[in-house]
Design a protein around this ligand. Structure first.
Ligand SMILES: NC(=O)c1ccc[n+]([C@@H]2O[C@H](COP(=O)([O-])OP(=O)(O)OC[C@H]3O[C@@H](n4cnc5c(N)ncnc54)[C@H](O)[C@@H]3O)[C@@H](O)[C@H]2O)c1
Length: 256
């Protein structure tokens, strides 16, 4: 395949990545995978990312870590300073943080509603503004945001605030893609179905795992590693014309 046929019109994407919310769950798995595929990785979380950093370094890559709440301008500025000082400019940003409290709609208080929006949406603004200039300057970059298949699913209950925020993630992605495509930066979403992470394994009762799997074309519980193919695709140099879109990884979840 020629370079032109592969869509390689932009410079190669710099192999320095940022992953938010990487102390556990999908963020940790994606950070380790990024290291395994040749990236240095800066990670942040509200709890220490010590284990994630060890996993990154075990692949011979550099890691920078910070304790940072993505909805705090001060924390994000400090994280960006650490990341830039230790790793230099970044080419890849994975906006992974998301909180998803289960609550029946009529019981959602304004405080909880606002806290979901603050973490899931304010975080996108602050972290992306902190790292996007590196990509624009380089003329190449990849921003990947985590939305959710619940946005499409009228059978997902007790997640109105979460689903609302994740629809916002999708809108953010499409709109930003329109603004930065001319600079060689793509912005896309991954929309997981219900994926077995350590925290969800504790929170979600067995019947909900089974019920979700039974509504999938591929009727098995999804694992974090299932998402990595979507990440690889969106980050590849050959995907420089894939932007403003959402890649679902949900086992072909269906709803009536
Ligand atoms: N696991 C799933 O089934 C699933 C499905 C659809 C979408 N998603 C999305 O994928 C992303 C990762 O999901 P997960 O299941 O791995 O989540 P998780 O809860 O297992 O991990 C999220 C991490 O983010 C951290 N975090 C929480 N608030 C933070 C904040 N304000 N600042 C910084 N870090 C913070 C947590 O400490 C945790 O380590 C989220 O955006 C989630 O909404 C997950």
């Amino acid at each position: 395949m020629t370079d032109a046929a592969a869509g390689r019109h932009a410079p190669p994407v710099r192999r320095t990545a940022v992953v938010t919310g990487a102390a556990s769950g999908l963020g940790q798995v994606m950070a380790e995978h990024l290291a395994a595929t040749g990236h240095d990785v800066a990670v942040c979380d509200v709890v220490p990312c010590t284990e994630t950093a060890e996993r990154v370094r075990a692949h011979g890559r550099r890691a920078a870590t910070a304790i940072a709440d993505v909805s705090s301008p001060e924390d994000v500025a400090a994280f960006a300073a650490t990341g830039h000082e230790e790793l230099g400019p970044v080419g890849v940003l994975v906006n992974n943080v998301g909180v998803s409290p289960y609550r029946p709609f009529l019981e959602i208080g304004l405080d909880e509603w606002r806290s979901v929006m603050r973490v899931n949406l304010d975080g996108l603004l602050l972290v992306t503004q902190a790292f996007l200039p590196d990509m624009v300057d380089a003329g190449a970059g990849r921003v990947v945001c985590m939305t959710s298949s619940v946005v499409w699913d009228p059978q997902s209950t007790e997640m109105t605030h979460y689903a609302t925020s994740k629809a916002g993630v999708w809108g953010f992605t499409r709109s930003l893609a329109g603004e930065v495509g001319r600079h060689g930066v793509t912005v896309n979403c991954i929309a997981p179905g219900l994926v077995r992470t350590p925290l969800l394994q504790e929170r979600v009762p067995p019947e909900r795992w089974a019920a979700t799997a039974s509504r999938q074309a591929v009727p098995r519980t999804l694992e974090p590693a299932d998402l990595l193919v979507a990440l690889d695709y969106l980050l590849s140099d050959a995907a420089s014309a894939v932007t403003g879109t959402t890649v679902p990884v949900n086992g072909g979840r269906v709803w009536l």
